[in-house]
Design a protein around this ligand. Sequence first.
Ligand SMILES: [Zn+2]
Length: 292
Amino acid sequence: MTLPSIDTVVTFPSGALEGTATILHIENLDGGKRAVLLDSTPCHPVDLAWPDQPADAAELRTESGTTSVLDCVVGATDGQSLHIGADVPVRKGAEGWAFVAAHIVDGSLPLVEGQAITISVNGEFRAALSAGHTGCHLASLALNAEVAGLWKKDVPLDSAGNPNFDAQAIDRSLITENGSLDEYRLGKSLRRKGFDTEALLGKLAETQEGINRTLATWVAAGSRVHVEAPAPDLSARRLWVADLPDGTVSIPCGGTHLSSLSELSSINVALTATVDGGTPVVRMTTRCVVVQ
Ligand SMILES: [Zn+2]
């Protein structure tokens, strides 16, 4: 059967865990694995450009049985061939390309194109990643606010109106279960942009305390959180939105999130400094505690 000409419809941004879909295409991969493309899915795939949130754990179910989704990655097709993950040669949203969630499965369950299928996402793992991702965004905004006074030049602001240290310095971000790990490089280019790296390194403990005070206030307010999607297709530009006590904030985001901060009893960060090839690196480890 031909490859899809439009994006996979995704339902994970609104928190969906279950879905029924039609198999549009099955591609055989190395090692007896297959990539299954569906018309719609609740399963969150790993992003191409910014792979911060891991794939959901999920199962595909037909009348003849169930198979585990071994991985779920973003793929792209120009109608001629399917490229998966790191092999995708274009940026998400590129003209003439359809972006798809590729559900990677083994060969144990017979599947055919055109068949109806049920997708079930593991809710516990999803909830833990959603908590971690929401915590990650809030911690980055609290960090931006805390170091706002260390800029000597103008840089683009975050949605709360603070210089966006996170966007300028982030090197790596990994969402984990109920937490995240963010690495910021305090190199020459950041200094050239006017950031006082020495000052931050000199008051890490104080900065950490300030961030944690801010996060405690936000969690206590139990603010509403949601993901805004202009369209249901995978490559639509989605926005994480939180109605914090001082105003509504947002960050472009392809991941999944909590629906309210009342689901958490705390968010805490720890800041540590290391050096990588002569460049100072600040690590922010964020931990969320979920209300039982
Ligand atoms: Zn995000």
